[in-house]
Design a protein. Structure first.
Length: 425
């Protein structure tokens, strides 16, 4: 099992600012601490987390809340991630007991003050990490939000790191060894922990680009009533026909032997129904709606008969867009389609298969914006091959390999895709 970890120390607190010891006691984030938590959230905004674990202390939970905002992940409290217990020295100023405090920190043992020993903290660390590992899956990306002293003991205990030397070097630079809001990364692989990056201030953190491959299978929804009647539908909706249900079932059967980790689908009814049918073939797959995968909204052209406006509709798709008639501009569509794919890739783990259920013009925009294939060229290539460019229930495959998209298969009918997969076998 391989797991990558990000360890974040909470933002500055009232007791941090006043120079008071806080282990199991607590104090709220200061205004600086809130700013640090916001900076940490900004530094990690493009990092996807499968799980977030947090100390029970309010300062850690408040920091975690800033990072977790908008992610749809609830931070999970693990009691063993609390700060070292400083005993009767809790809440005291460092300057009030300088010799005793220095001695306890030097030997990493506060038992003389009725606090914790190093052995007790290391036991907690081992138990916390075992609990996290047992609840995670291979390839998970995990955020831990906890404390400074505990983080230094993490580094010594898990990585055999010379923290004293590191801390001295940082102080010589006028920096903290464990800055508030700071970010450290490490991984667990083959039953060993490895430190990837030492703690740095959130403004100094530079996330490394993940080296991964993602296989994306794009499926157009099955035929619906407006398709049958040749009416425009972007933001409007109509139900799948019997043929459309059958097309979705064939697509599901064609893809049944592929192990999908997750599925993203447009929340419009025709795509959602198609997604429901596909999900029956993959009961262990997680799936969720994504607004950015909605069909292009064509404003006042919603519901019109396509043949009556064919030339203008094509012109608008290619160059004019729909903004002047209450719909979306070409640029707006481009931004959200690229954002959808960025999110899909960011959330995926290495070598995962991802299912995407969306619409005709989203697919056409993907071809243009990812592969520089213009709309007229896409349809002309399909015509010359005697194929449909965007068949209902059609399947297209796109691979993402270390920062670059590759078109593996243009969209094929579900029947053709079924046959192509069986032929490869």
């Amino acid at each position: 099992m391989k797991i990558k970890f990000w360890y974040v120390r909470h933002g500055e607190t009232l007791f941090n600012r006043k120079g008071r010891l806080q282990g199991t006691c607590d104090s709220p984030l200061s205004q600086t601490g809130i700013l640090e938590a916001e900076e940490t959230a900004a530094a990690l905004k493009n990092v996807y987390f499968d799980r977030i674990f947090v100390s029970p202390a309010g300062r850690a939970r408040a920091t975690a809340a800033y990072i977790a905002e908008g992610r749809g992940i609830e931070p999970e409290v693990i009691d063993d991630l609390h700060e070292m217990d400083f005993g009767r020295l809790e809440g005291s100023r460092f300057a009030s007991h300088p010799d005793e405090v220095r001695h306890c920190f030097d030997i990493r043992d506060f038992s003389s003050a009725n606090g914790e020993t190093l052995f007790e903290v290391e036991h907690r660390i081992d138990h916390a990490m075992r609990t996290i590992r047992q609840s995670c899956k291979d390839g998970d990306r995990v955020l831990i939000v906890s404390h400074g002293m505990l983080e230094s003991l993490f580094m010594v205990h898990l990585f055999n790191f010379d923290f004293r030397k590191f801390d001295d070097e940082r102080h010589a630079e006028g920096r903290s060894g464990i800055p508030n809001g700071g970010i450290m990364t490490f991984e667990f692989d083959e039953n060993q922990y490895k430190l990837l990056s030492t703690p740095v201030e959130p403004t100094a953190y530079k996330p490394e680009k993940e080296k991964k491959t993602v296989h994306i299978y794009f499926v157009r929804h099955g035929e619906c009533r407006f398709n049958l009647f040749h009416r425009m539908q972007g933001g409007c909706d109509s139900r799948l026909t019997e043929t459309g249900v059958h097309q979705a079932e064939i697509a599901g059967d064609a893809l049944r032997d592929i192990d999908f980790a997750r599925m993203y689908y447009s929340p419009l009814g025709r795509a959602e129904k198609t997604a429901e049918i596909l999900a029956q073939y993959h009961p262990d797959m997680t799936w969720k709606a994504m607004d950015d995968l909605k069909e292009v909204f064509v404003g006042d052209f919603e519901g019109v008969v396509v043949n009556n406006w064919h030339d203008e509709i094509e012109e608008r798709h290619i160059s004019r867009g729909w903004k002047d008639v209450g719909g979306e501009s070409i640029e707006e569509v481009k931004v959200r389609v690229l954002r959808a794919f960025d999110t899909i890739v960011k959330e995926a783990k290495d070598n995962e298969n991802i299912l995407v259920v969306s619409h005709r013009n989203v697919y056409v925009n993907v071809m243009r914006d990812l592969f520089n294939i213009a709309r007229p060229d896409l349809f002309e290539m399909a015509r010359k091959a005697g194929k449909q460019a965007t068949p209902n229930g059609g399947i297209c495959r796109i691979d993402y390999v270390e920062g670059k998209y590759t078109l593996v298969d243009f969209m094929k009918t579900p029947e053709d895709y079924w046959n192509s997969l069986r032929t490869k076998k």
